[in-house]
Design a binder for this molecule. Structure first.
Ligand code: AP5
Length: 216
């Protein structure tokens, strides 16, 4: 089973990917997480992508596509994958379809998580993320040093440098111009599942799981 999670920044792709991956025994690959880890390590890849991420721009396709295809060829991905945040433009979608055609694999479903823009901005402004396991938290106001701890792994919680208002606005602009055309691309090929992404996290997980089961 190969599934894509599509949606604007803050739509809940990462939040939902973990629950859905667990339900179906899939591996979740989040391109944003992979890039952030490379920046933290300060390696070659991190050096190349840092500037794009800080501005909220897309990392060039030649870097992104190669990284994802390498990941997908790992043995743990054999039983299926959720791609969270990839593809992000038509070039990436076509490169993925082409690579899968050669490997006789298919993207089974594309889950498009729909959330209103004002809600996206509200969510991103209040997001804290675990530096170790990348789990996102939604918190209003500031946190004391004591409270900056992940309840899942004990890692340090931090606010992503691209979650400031100016960069959020640019990420949304990039999403609407470069990524949203993929909605039609996948609808036209009969692979799109639209899910209302507003409401309780657990309720949305149920909606996605039920929609995927109906399509299977
Ligand atoms: P990436 O990390 O993918 O960021 P993004 O797409 O902007 O998505 P987010 O992680 O912001 O949102 P999400 O939908 O995962 O929401 P989350 O679950 O965290 O990419 C970062 C950068 O990397 C890009 O700008 C680009 O530079 C580069 N990049 C990545 N992929 C690339 C690609 N393919 N090509 C080129 N460049 C690429 O939820 C958000 C918040 O809302 C959290 O606080 C969460 O707790 C909360 N929340 C979730 N669900 C709910 C709910 N139902 N109700 C209330 N709050 C909720």
């Amino acid at each position: 089973m190969y599934i894509i999670f599509l949606g604007a920044p803050g739509a809940g792709k990462g939040t939902q990917a973990s629950g859905v991956a667990e339900e179906f025994g899939l591996v979740s690959i989040a391109t944003g997480d992979l890039f952030r880890q490379a920046v933290e390590r300060g390696d070659d890849l991190g050096e190349k992508v840092k500037e794009y991420m800080e501005k909220g721009a897309l990392v060039p396709n030649e870097i992104t596509v190669q990284m994802v295809l390498n990941k997908l060829s790992a043995p743990e991905c054999r039983n299926g994958v959720i791609l969270d945040g990839f593809p992000r433009n038509l070039g990436q979608a076509e490169a993925l379809d082409e690579a899968f055609k050669k490997q006789q694999k298919n993207i089974d479903s594309v889950v498009y998580i729909k959330v209103e823009e004002t809600e996206l901005i509200r969510r991103l402004g209040g997001r804290w993320v675990c530096r170790s396991c990348q789990s996102p938290y939604s918190i209003e106001g500031t946190l004391t040093e004591e409270q900056k701890k992940c309840s899942k792994c004990g890692g340090e919680l931090y606010q992503r440098p691209d979650d400031n208002l100016e960069t959020i606005k640019n990420r949304l602009k990039v999403y609407f111009t470069e990524t949203s055309p993929l909605i039609e691309y996948y609808r036209d090929s009969g692979r799109l599942i639209e899910v209302d992404g507003e409401g309780e996290v657990g309720e949305i997980t149920k909606r996605i799981i039920e929609a995927l089961r109906r399509k299977a």
